[in-house]
Design a protein around this ligand. Structure first.
Ligand code: HEC
Length: 170
């Protein structure tokens, strides 16, 4: 038989859960919730940083000018974009046409339904911006619905940017 105080804390616990809402199970104590959040956060960081750990210091400081681009390799890498993008003018797939993308403002393709995050980013796709974006698109445009993890290697990004530029000149 519980004493009244224990019963009260059970009820308080239940209403706390109810107040949290949702159907997901909630950890009972504040500290545990915080610990769980921290654990998730650090797991996210670990996940985000793991593949780039070696190149992280280099890529933070690297700029497009540090690389001698290889257009042919950029073309190979573009295969990864082709699931969603083509370089033909006016052809939108999951993502907007990338015809002539270098030099144009973000969100400028007619008839493509951008997220506000992309449309209102204020970015102009200069080679340098594209280089920066392709490292981690969702960090450069938080809220974009482009699902692409990015290229941690600056050389890869430089190659792809050069390919996009070269394809526009054709
Ligand atoms: C899984 C599909 C997908 C892949 C793969 C993908 N993208 Fe995208 N991309 C999108 C979508 C969707 C958008 C529109 C994002 C928005 O509106 O938030 C977009 C937007 C963009 C934009 C902004 C265009 C503009 O007009 O503002 C650029 C630049 C871009 N992608 C480049 C690339 C490159 C380069 C690759 C390959 C490395 C790539 N994307 C891979 C789906 C994809």
């Amino acid at each position: 038989m519980r004493n009244p105080l224990q019963q009260f804390s059970v009820i308080a616990g239940i209403s706390l859960l109810a107040a949290c809402g949702g159907s997901e199970p909630q950890p009972p104590a504040e500290e545990e919730r915080e610990a769980a959040t921290e654990a998730t956060a650090s797991a996210d960081v670990a996940e985000a940083e793991a593949p780039t750990a070696e190149s992280a210091s280099a890529s933070e400081t690297a700029t497009l000018a540090d690389f001698t681009p290889d257009v042919a390799h950029g073309e190979e890498l573009f295969v990864q974009c082709q699931t969603c993008h083509v370089l033909e003018e006016g052809v939108n797939r999951i993502g907007p046409s990338l015809a002539g993308v270098i030099g144009r403002p973000a969100g400028a393709v007619e008839g493509f339904n951008y997220t506000p995050a992309n449309a209102d980013s204020g970015i102009v796709w200069t080679p340098e911006e594209m280089f920066r974006y392709l490292e981690n698109p969702r960090a450069v445009i938080p809220g974009t619905n482009m699902i692409f993890v990015g290229f941690p290697d600056g050389q890869d990004r430089a190659d792809l940017v050069a390919y996009l530029q070269a394809s526009a000149a054709e």
